[in-house]
Design a protein around this ligand. Structure first.
Ligand code: AMP
Ligand code: MG
Length: 979
């Protein structure tokens, strides 16, 4: 054959590249551009000759590829090729024009690509910038060379140039051809490599999420657009890292890779992370491999277990060993490795690549004869991973990040570089530290997130109790309306007197501080009078909803053991057996009316208990949250101004007393001297009835669960009607708010209604953060409406599993501190200790944090975004449910072998509780019977809307419950559904 020196197969890496290049010829992925500046008078003729010598010596530079009509592509080494060197004169251009021209050139050159069957797959350009200055660009196809090889070639080029200019002989060491590497590859046992990769990646099924992306994984398949950020690490940090590595016999690459693994683990909240690494791919056992020129470099997955309890040094050593093992299989092509993994087809193995680039590029920086200095040597490569981190060695290490700007905001990447540096610094300073304890936030971030955003101190009368505030208001505005229920209207003084009489009565029965009084009353003015009276007597009220099943009430009574119950005669039969004294607000009316009507002497302190509210408990029993006066007084003083409550306001008391929202509807309203309008039971009969109530009572403020509010808005839209013109504020919350829902609500409620997204668990007194969606707007692209920032005397911490604060953009669990935190759970010291922790961030002595189980992340402006739950607590129609409680109850049934309960949203917006049950004896258990069993014990909202009987629970390959394999009730044809 003419002009063919050699012919041999491709390396697996080359095959992969060739395949991709042919498949997507315009991508420009594999066009490499190396550039540098020659400062001085370059001898262009000598430069050209030096290149000719290089082409003569290195077969790979004369290589092209053939595949058509072949079973397997081959590389062809030509005996001879031309030298594609172009020289242009840019001296007439000024500096900025040259910049522009160069940019445009580089882009066009990349786009031009290569005809892969024609050698040489490279081009050379010299642009004369000034008399004594040239910009050099060397474009080549990645099929030939990697960065390391380019650096070697450049070094050799300069040696030859030197010799030519000086008329000396260049040293001619024999070259080891790329063919030798191909031969070595053919001797490798690929089954061993396969076994290694299968073992290494076993059990890893989803790519490690980066956590900080703007778009969720795999959503839009738009073309990537890359941005770059380079940060030079401070020289002392660089020096420190070098010493650290040397002293501990680690490579610098291991140390850097360790920092990246840590960062990724923190960002993704996963202990088992996988990321890509670029490896040199030069097998150590191949003699002289470090001087070989060709394509060796590879990208492969590294799987790191970031065990939180490991000490840093031990862990880094382990990492180093792991890398040594990986080196033996560096030749495996990524596509094959991917195929051996358990990651689903079509999903990437990893989203980030980390490279420690020790190409000898800086060795090519030198001074050539004639005073020509080689400067600014740079290799531009394109990547196809969302984020690509490279550490460039040097006097100062440089962190070089290329990222897809559609996936990551530049601020997120800027923060990332800060975290990386903080981790490195911490590694140096505390090598014996546990991994979980290494700090990642910069000092500035810590001050902002932990300090500045939590600067919520505000004065409030922390020496007063709730009823004292009411009494003070009653003195200020005795005649103002305080309470409305149907036709009954009470002024402040009337309400105060009625509550006083009942309070005196309660006192006479022994009610005082820390004494619990159950309230079992239907919706009425008396219900509100009752709770005020309990507080005035010094006790704490425990709402016991008379519509709950007897057994539920019995469990609550059994747990709380209230000394006294406030009830009505007609509810007598609803009451389970109990040991409390009962005050019948109806039957005992005359007696109560004989009591004095002055304020009882206050016996309570701000630390005294004000109420106990039961919430669903994962262990199968509801748990009582203990709220002291101070918590509510603080809450009221924060909420009244936030809601801009005024004496003219008329706030709807909508919620059942069993939910703490009722506290927010009542007390801040009174604090403002405004009126509480108690919803009559009938207002729930229809949306129309609800809207009529708003109009009739000229309601100005409502506090509703997000799903109910959305239903109301949908009804407005459906009927084309408008909401009561009096309404000015809707505080909605309890569940994640969607941007489209809020926008829709704003549109239908009108601009005059201010919409707030409010957030807070019962354990920290109703509301802790809020977001003014009307004033601050809601981004339609966001996943949810922010839940905002903390209210007065409230602190928010977003922490990882090891109580380390997470940075902006990274998800963490919400911990709440401040003055509105509960005392704990009634009779449950274990659960109290688990959920109420000492505040590790200081605060006052004895300060505590409540661990909410909610996941959220901060936006850069300090607003929080709700992300979901860390456990099996759910919200359905605004009701808080521990699925574990329903499961525990089902398991108590003798006929049930196994039960799983979950929330399904098979049609968007329609969440349902569904139970899956495996019976001991199928014939003996009917869904209907099981449902009745449950309904006797749980409030309606906790009773599953469907019970599906299964022969067995579906399991995944690793024996865990396969939730996705559980059938939707309707689709289930083979079994029985009760609903
Ligand atoms: P509860 O104790 O019944 O008030 O329920 C508190 C829980 O409801 C929180 O821990 C959250 O999981 C959820 N929640 C409350 N408000 C919101 C909100 N605005 N957005 C998202 N979830 C919320
Ligand atoms: Mg709440």
């Amino acid at each position: 054959m003419k002009n063919v020196e050699d012919l041999y197969p491709l390396s697996p890496m080359q095959s992969g590249l060739l395949f991709h290049s042919l498949y997507d010829p315009d991508s420009g992925y594999y066009v490499e551009q190396l550039g540098c500046l020659f400062d001085g008078r370059l001898d262009v003729a000598a430069f050209e000759s030096a290149w000719r010598q290089l082409l003569g010596r290195h077969a790979i530079l004369r290589t092209a590829f053939v595949w058509e009509g072949l079973d397997m592509p081959l590389q062809v080494v030509r005996r001879e090729t031309g030298l594609p060197l172009e020289v242009s004169d840019w001296r007439a251009l000024d500096a900025s024009a040259r910049e522009e021209r160069l940019e445009a050139f580089l882009e066009a050159d990349r786009a031009r690509g290569f005809e892969l069957s024609e050698a040489p797959l490279m081009r050379l350009f010299l642009f004369r910038l000034e008399e004594d200055s040239y910009r050099f660009v060397w474009t080549s196809h990645h099929l030939l060379l990697d960065g390391w090889s380019m650096a070697l070639l450049l070094g050799e080029l300069f040696g030859r140039y030197e010799a030519l200019v000086r008329g000396a002989e260049a040293a001619v060491e024999p070259v080891k051809p790329y063919r030798d590497y191909i031969a070595w590859l053919q001797r490798q046992d690929s089954s061993k490599a396969e076994a290694y990769w299968r073992r290494t990646l076993a059990g890893f099924t989803a790519p490690t999420p980066l956590g900080i992306g703007r778009v969720s994984l795999g959503s839009t398949r738009q073309e990537a657009q890359y941005d770059r950020r380079q940060v030079a690490l401070p020289a002392d940090l660089t020096a420190g890292l070098q010493t650290f590595a040397r002293l501990n016999r680690l490579t610098l690459g291991t140390v850097m890779q360790g920092a990246w693994a840590l960062l990724l683990s923190r960002y993704s909240a996963e202990e088992d992370v996988v990321f890509g690494v670029t490896v040199s791919g030069r097998p150590a056992e191949l003699a002289g491999v470090e001087t070989m020129v060709g394509l060796f470099i590879n990208t492969l997955p590294v799987r790191v277990h970031v065990a939180p309890g490991s000490s840093l040094l031990d862990w880094l050593r382990g990492l180093q060993e792991q890398q040594a093992e990986l080196r033996r299989y560096e030749f495996s092509p990524l596509v094959e490795v991917q195929g051996w993994s358990e990651i689903e087809r079509g999903q990437p193995l990893f989203e980030s690549i980390f490279g420690f680039e020790n190409y000898p590029l800086d060795q090519t920086l030198r001074e050539l004869s004639g005073g020509v200095r080689v400067e600014d040597v740079r290799l531009a490569e394109k990547t196809n991973f969302p984020i690509n981190l490279a550490i460039i060695p040097g006097h100062s290490l440089t962190l070089d990040i290329m990222y897809d700007s559609r996936r990551f905001a530049s601020e997120s990447v800027a923060r990332l570089t800060g975290h990386f540096q903080t981790l490195l610094q911490a590694m140096l300073e505390r090598p014996a530290q546990k991994l979980s304890e290494l700090p990642m936030l910069t000092g500035r971030e810590r001050r902002e997130i932990l300090g500045h955003w939590n600067e919520t101190r505000a004065d409030y009368p922390s020496h007063l109790c709730l009823h004292e505030l009411f009494e003070a208001q009653a003195r200020r505005t005795p005649e103002a309306p305080a309470l409305v229920f149907e036709d009954e209207r009470l002024s402040y003084i009337e309400l105060n007197r009625r509550a006083n009489r009942l309070a005196h009565r309660l006192r006479s029965l022994g009610v005082g501080p820390e004494v619990l009084v159950g309230i079992v009353l239907e919706r009425s003015a008396e219900m509100v009078v009752g709770l005020l009276a309990v507080l005035k007597a010094g006790g704490a009220y425990v709402p016991l909803d008379p519509t709950y099943p007897r057994e539920r009430l019995a469990a609550m009574l059994e747990d709380a053991r209230p000394a006294v119950l406030l009830s009505q005669r007609q509810l007598r039969d609803a009451l389970p057996a109990h040991a409390a004294q009962v005050v019948w607000v109806d039957a005992d009316r005359e007696e109560i009316e004989r009591e004095p009507d002055h304020d009882p002497v206050n016996l309570s302190t701000p630390d005294s208990l004000a109420y106990v509210i039961y919430t669903s408990g994962s262990t199968g029993q509801p748990k009582g949250v203990l709220i002291p006066h101070r918590a509510v007084v603080n809450h009221n003083f924060a909420i009244a101004p936030a809601y801009e409550l005024r004496p003219a306001d008329r706030a709807l008391q909508f919620a059942s007393l069993s939910f703490d929202v009722a506290v927010e509807e009542i007390f801040p309203t009174w604090l403002a001297g405004a009126c509480v309008v108690v919803r009559p039971a009938g207002a729930l009969d229809s949306h129309r009835a609800f809207f009529d109530l708003l109009e009739r009572e000229r309601i100005t403020v409502v506090n509703l669960s997000t799903p109910y509010w959305n239903e109301l808005m949908a009804e407005l839209a459906r009927t084309g009607s408008s909401i009561a013109p009096s309404l000015r504020l809707a505080a909605v919350g309890g569940e994640k708010g969607l941007p489209e829902g809020f926008a829709f609500a704003q549109q239908h409620a009108g601009a005059g209604v201010r919409l707030l997204n409010v957030y807070g668990p019962t354990e920290t007194t109703v509301t802790n953060t809020l977001y003014d969606a009307t004033a601050c707007g809601v981004s339609p692209e966001a996943d949810s409406v922010p839940i905002g920032r903390p209210i007065a005397n409230t602190e928010i911490y977003l922490l990882d599993r090891h109580l380390q604060p997470v940075p902006v953009g990274v998800g963490g669990e919400v911990y709440i501190g401040g003055d509105s935190i509960a005392r704990g759970y009634l009779n449950r010291p274990g659960q109290t200790a688990e959920k109420f922790l000492p505040n590790p961030f200081g605060g006052e002595r004895g300060a505590r944090l409540y661990k909410t189980g909610d996941l959220a992340r901060f936006h850069a402006d300090g607003n929080m975004e709700f992300l979901g739950r860390a456990d099996h607590q759910v919200k359905v129609r605004g009701f808080r449910i521990e699925l574990g409680e329903i499961e525990a109850l089902l398991s108590q049934h003798a006929g049930v072998r196994e039960a799983v309960v979950l929330v399904r949203e098979d049609t968007p917006g329609n969440k349902r509780v569904v139970a899956y049950v495996v019976a001991e004896d199928e014939a003996a258990l009917s869904p209907g019977g099981l449902r009745a069993f449950i309904a006797e014990k749980l409030p309606d909202y906790m009773v599953p809307s469907a019970i599906v009987m299964l022969d067995e629970l579906p399991l995944t390959a690793n024996g865990k419950l396969d939730r996705r394999a559980l059938p939707a009730p309707e689709q289930f044809t083979n079994g029985t559904t009760a609903s």
